[in-house]
Design a protein. Structure first.
Length: 158
């Protein structure tokens, strides 16, 4: 997963003006995962570090392969956060959670997002998912997929 692309990306918060949402705190991502490791002082990434590196890698691939800059993130004032939101003009948003392992997924942030955006689609992109599958968490439907599957599905939605 060593990055070969240099650069950084700034993504802005997704909001439709709802009072409890964060609207003015951009996040910065580095597209060279080797640099991210160096910057953080990681000689050998720990298992917990892989999730953060995966998030950087997923964003880079979404930008490169979808050719869109309409990727944002979502956070509310209670601290619930969704890694990426694909904002689509005239259509519901698409929420994407990045997990190094699908078993690490906690549905709470997506559930909160779904209460504010009930027509949104929800994805978990994980490095250990080879074949996409759907899972239901109460009223929340989530599609688990690998990176190639995510990009293919998002390309059809944009």
């Amino acid at each position: 997963m060593d990055g070969c692309l240099l650069g950084k990306g700034v993504i802005r918060p997704y909001s439709t003006g709802k009072v409890a949402e964060i609207v003015a705190a951009p996040k910065v991502y580095g597209f060279d995962t080797g640099f991210v490791c160096y910057f953080r002082g990681w000689h050998t990434p720990r298992p917990d570090d892989l999730g953060l590196l995966w998030e950087h890698y997923v964003l880079n691939e979404m930008h490169a392969r979808l050719q869109t800059r309409r990727i944002q993130y979502w956070r509310d004032k209670q601290g619930h956060e969704v890694d990426f939101v694909l904002a689509r003009r005239g259509a519901p948003p698409v929420a994407v959670e990045c997990k190094w392992s699908a078993r690490d997924f906690d549905p709470k942030p997506l559930k909160v997002f779904a209460t504010r955006y009930p027509k949104a689609q929800h994805f978990v992109v994980a490095s250990d998912v080879e074949r996409a599958y759907a899972k239901r968490f109460d009223t929340l439907n989530v599609t688990f997929t690998g990176l190639d599957g995510l990009v293919d599905r998002l390309a059809k939605l944009t």
